[in-house]
Write a protein that binds this ligand. Sequence first.
Ligand code: PGA
Length: 260
Amino acid sequence: MRKPIIAANWKMHKTPAETEEFLKNFVVLARDEQRVDIVIAPPYISLAAASSAIGQNDSIRLAAQNMHYEQSGAFTGEISPLMLRQMLITYVILGHSERRSLFGEDDALINKKVLAAHQYNLRPILCVGETLDERDAGKIETVLTTQLTGGLKDISPEQMVGTVIAYEPVWAIGTGRTATPEQAQEAHAFIRKTIASLYDADTARKARIQYGGSVKPGNMAELASQPDVDGALVGGASLESGSFWEICRAAAEEAGRKSE
Ligand code: PGA
């Protein structure tokens, strides 16, 4: 049984003070939730505030939204895996479509980051997904295969189990246009099949695959009920503590149903 993972990708939102404000409410709501892993990815500058607001509460983990692959050096503006490790960060989002399209990240660079994350005991959340043009051209499987093969190059089976894949169709991100549960399931099943062919059936069975793209309190349950959907990566709807908690709760209840 895979434990679902619900992650809040705050993108370039929330100062340290706003982060504290959010967590003051959210920590109370999420305190006893053990059925899903809850992860929050604030901007780098708000990680310290988030860490102290979470304190000893082990039902919430932190993620960074990106990182460099080197430990240190002349890389102006970058943050290293070693630095994140020292901030008590558990996860790091890598290869988000905004990093790919706005900042020119390709699969080879993302792969270096995935490898570096594992080297520093950070768990990567590797984002993959097709654009609308690629979907319309019938290229979903080609795109996913390329991104998975490239991003996971030289990653061992053990490391693969510790890697979360986020399926985020680019056309669904921030558009209010969620993939239907059937579209999500179809892509997730294909991703699991690809992991099985890159590794083996057991590794594929254990790997967690989240869905991302316009997830809201109202559509989480139906998405989470799909057999290959193991949680969500949430942007816009994660910025308000009540709404993000509703998403976590819907996924947790669905996880309870799936395990019956
Ligand atoms: P969204 O963003 O939930 O606002 O669509 C998801 C993401 O980019 O991870």
